[in-house]
Design a protein around this ligand. Structure first.
Ligand code: NAD
Ligand code: UDP
Length: 312
């Protein structure tokens, strides 16, 4: 049995990760400040004697003895990370310093939940890990993008300078049950709007693309990454390479929900990336032939079922 700390563990991805790690027979400490996460995401785990929920902010140091740390604490949706941009930077940067310091002291392995946003509005397609990206350092998304880029740099340098065992994954757009209905991300927005027969809010002309990964595929990839030999540090992309335009996504969700919603167009937000698709050769090579199992329709149907249970 391993003892594992998951920061941001009460969020969308974190709660699924805690659940899987417990099911595998580990002891899990879930740390969260409940900014975008909530107790309700992990309430079903609270009776498990091997699960512990701690209210704490990663911008402050935290001390505990564990074998592994998954560092997920950070709001992920543009609406939430732009709500208090300075706090978002502090969470990424000071959170990384605090968790890396802890990992160094207790000799724990530590995994960073980085993001496809480090590639910014990419000029190469698909995005492979050797691409340095195209990020506006002073734009609306920079608090998140540059915070995550700085965190990657901190991870790499704690590894080089202090021998900390690090793992960096770059997560591409992930969706599934327990996303917040008011999260602002495209899949939750469209499903909620479709279920309520309200207009579907497409930003821009909807020709921008994303590649959507179902949560279970990500969790499998994350845990496989943590279990790789010490010389595999990443960064490694984890995402589903099937690419869709946002307008196609809107039409698919209308169809799958039998909705009467119509599509309504709004201005494209500042610096919204035009295209995004992960190159996943490294993941397939190093993560024991990991490959996404869910296609978009399968994942959407599961997610729609979830939202039906919470939308009145
Ligand atoms: P989320 O907002 O549901 O989860 C983030 C969690 O971190 C929440 O529970 C929140 O309360 C917590 N948190 C935020 N600031 C904190 C702080 N200062 N101290 C302690 N806890 C804090 O988002 P998510 O989609 O579950 O994302 C989890 C991680 O994965 C994030 O680091 C995000 O950047 C990364 N990621 C997610 C996606 C995606 O598509 N969902 C894509 C790329 C990267
Ligand atoms: N988007 C949209 N309508 C919405 C929410 C998002 O058209 O209600 C678009 C957004 O402009 C972007 C894409 O969908 O091009 C993905 O947005 P999301 O916020 O989910 O993730 P990110 O931009 O961080 O990839």
């Amino acid at each position: 049995m391993k003892k594992i700390l998951v920061t941001g563990g009460a969020g969308f991805i974190g709660s699924h990760l805690c659940e899987k790690l417990l099911n595998q027979g580990n002891e899990v400490i879930c740390l969260d400040n409940f900014f975008t996460g909530s107790k309700s995401n992990v309430i079903h785990l609270l009776n498990n004697p091997y699960f512990e929920l701690v209210r704490h902010d990663v911008t402050m140091p935290y001390f505990i003895e564990v074998d592994e740390i998954y560092n997920l604490a950070c709001p992920a949706s543009p609406v939430h990370y732009q709500f208090n941009p300075i706090k978002t930077i502090k969470t990424s940067v000071m959170g990384a310093v605090n968790m890396l310091g802890l990992a160094k002291r207790i000799k724990a392995k530590i995994l960073q939940a980085s993001t496809s946003e480090v590639y910014g509005d990419p000029k190469i397609h698909p995005q492979t890990e050797d691409y340095w990206g195209n990020v506006n350092p002073i734009g609306a998304r920079s608090c998140y993008d540059e915070g995550k880029r700085c965190a990657e740099s901190l991870f790499v340098n704690y590894h080089k300078q202090n021998g900390v065992k690090i793992k960096i994954i770059r997560i591409f757009n992930t969706y599934g049950p327990r996303m917040l209905p008011n999260d602002g991300r495209v899949i939750s927005n469209f499903i909620v709007q479709a279920l309520k027969n309200e207009p579907i809010s497409v930003y821009g002309d909807g020709s921008q693309t994303r590649s959507f990964q179902y949560i279970d595929d990500l969790i499998e990839g994350m845990i496989r990454m943590m279990d790789t030999p010490d010389n595999i540090t990443g960064p490694i992309n984890i995402g589903n390479p099937n690419e869709f335009s946002i307008i196609d996504l809107a039409q698919k969700i209308i169809k799958l929900t039998n909705s009467k919603s119509e599509i309504k167009f709004y201005p494209l937000p500042e610096d919204d990336p035009i295209q995004r698709k992960p190159g996943i050769n490294l993941a397939q090579k190093h993560l024991n032939n990991w490959t996404p199992k869910y296609d978009l329709e399968q994942g959407l149907l599961k997610t729609i079922e979830y939202f039906k249970t919470i939308i009145k």
